[in-house]
Design a protein around this ligand. Sequence first.
Ligand code: NAD
Ligand code: AKB
Length: 314
Amino acid sequence: MKKILVTGALGQIGSELVDKLREIYGSSNVIGTDIRKKEEAAEEGPFEIVDVMDGKHLNSVAKEYQVDTIMHLAALLSAKAESFPRVAWDLNMGGLINALEVAKELNLQFFTPSSIGAFGPSTPKDNTPQDTLQRPTTMYGVNKVAGELLADYYFQRFDVDTRGVRYPGLISYVAPPGGGTTDYAVEIYYEALKNKAYTSYIREGTYMDMMYMPDALNAIIQLMEADPDKLTHRNAFNISAMSAAPEDFAKAIQKYIPEFALSYSIDPIRQKIADSWPNSLDSTAAIEEWGFKAEYDLDKMTKDMLEKIEAKEK
Ligand code: NAD
Ligand code: AKB
């Protein structure tokens, strides 16, 4: 049985990942940690306040609970990182190396997500290969490329069992997104139900890869349980479920809310970030090496998102 510590556990991914891991491995075997506390309901299992910038404390909590795995999620996302680049560097790199050091010292399996943000304007835009040019022009992207390399380094140099994926924009209804470029693809569903209209800060025709949260969570579990002998790429597997632009979301929503109207008011900072990212990723390596498969396309996700948000907001 695994015993897993999750950092950044109250964020968009962590809020659902911790519950899913607890269903699989048992509540007492998943230790949620974050720099802040949950406001509303009590946690269903162990939870500790941990600032990932304090490596000693992270180490002592991992030791106290005798975990064998660390899933490191604490980070600043792309739009926020562009507003606070120095803070992003300190957290995204400092937190990561602290978590890797804990994994090295305590001999833990390690997971951390990279992103489509690890690519830049000179990367091939369509069906972006697994191994290709990575010259991102955002602080978030610089952090993600450095993070991919650092996780590879800890595997090669110290034999830490590091694994990771490059997530697309993630869409979910449980916790709000934390300040990324792809957040519009979550907001659009809430606004569709509330106001039957949405003003997108991303321009028409801007394609980015997206994925529904259940597929993102399954990917973590599958990759972490994969036979290590089959993994050629350990960190930063491209994974993709759909490539979509704002008008594609609008069309999918209009099947359920015909009067839904989409308008645009472009945010130049987030548009510039989006323009520097790929349109779609090639997931062949993830499919071949550990059997990655996405269950949700845009239509199936849209139906589920609208139903779940409606039920939640009642
Ligand atoms: P998020 O912003 O929703 O959550 C991050 C969490 O980290 C928050 O709960 C925050 O309180 C916590 N945190 C911030 N500073 C901390 C600190 N010093 N110590 C401990 N905790 C701290 O992020 P997310 O969307 O859940 O993303 C998690 C990881 O996945 C990040 O590495 C992100 O880059 C990556 N990722 C996310 C997406 C996405 O669409 N959500 C896509 C690609 C990659
Ligand atoms: C962001 O927009 O910053 C994230 C990501 C794709 O990494 N959703």
